[in-house]
Design a protein. Sequence first.
Length: 317
Amino acid sequence: MNWITNYVRPRINSIFSRREVPENLWKKCDECGTMLFHRELSDNQNVCTNCGHHMHITPRDRFEALFDAGVFAEVKVPEPVVDPLKFRDQKRYPDRMRAAQKKTGEKEAMLVATGEIGRTPIVACAQDFSFMGGSMGMYVGNAIIAAAQEAVKLHRPLVLFSAAGGARMQEGILSLMQMPRTTVAVQMLKEAGLPYIVVLTHPTTGGVTASYAMLGDVHISEPNALICFAGPRVIEQTIREKLPDGFQRAEYLLDHGMLDRVVARTEMRAELITIIRMLLNLPPQVHGDLPAPEPVAAIENVETPSEPVATAETKPE
Ligand SMILES: [Zn+2]
């Protein structure tokens, strides 16, 4: 550790990693068309301040809003073999991976972390839809297993945020094998008597819905999220019938018993704290700051100053 590593390198890195280019300063809401200032939008966890539409949020931003004071520790995920099938469509699979890594700044489509929410220790993992559609490959399988093992080891509940277009076709049958693997991981939590809470976000589809995203003790969803195995278009073409309004959306699924709750992203943290503390048989969280110490006790530890100190109230004009 010296002056170069402590001071110069972070400065250089910050200059080259600055992403705030002018065209990113404003973002248009896909739903109502309102132009939203980027800072206002990120302060509101990417929820439109005008219509409440939930836009995409990265796992890292989500964790910063979720954990107490935005503090969390990443859990290391074992790396799988890269491109075992030597898959190629219009592009080679490793090239697609590199492009996704460059675009998102993340290694893969899932982030695992430990930390506290409302002073309640948890393990959390979140899937990134912007990384190849959040597709479930071997890495995502490994991430869920690592998260479950960490939860069992630390004896903490696991909260999983799902978002996926399904299995990663570039890994063929190896991606489908993640369905039973992650099901076993969830079973480990159940055998340890630990709560497993799934927050389904837009969109959660395919093999993800058919495995770990539907095995929670409690299923919460963000408003208007699409949650399905096969999408509405495929179903419409197959049965040749018009589907009802809001079909496979969070509110429809809540009405039909597939979900326990639909909760806005801005309320999610408080909701998770309440549910987790209830399931762990802990007293409810203390809201706001803890009460200040009694004035007498506070004064005892402070040396009495020789002259009266001018404060805002006593300061003469
Ligand atoms: Zn809007």
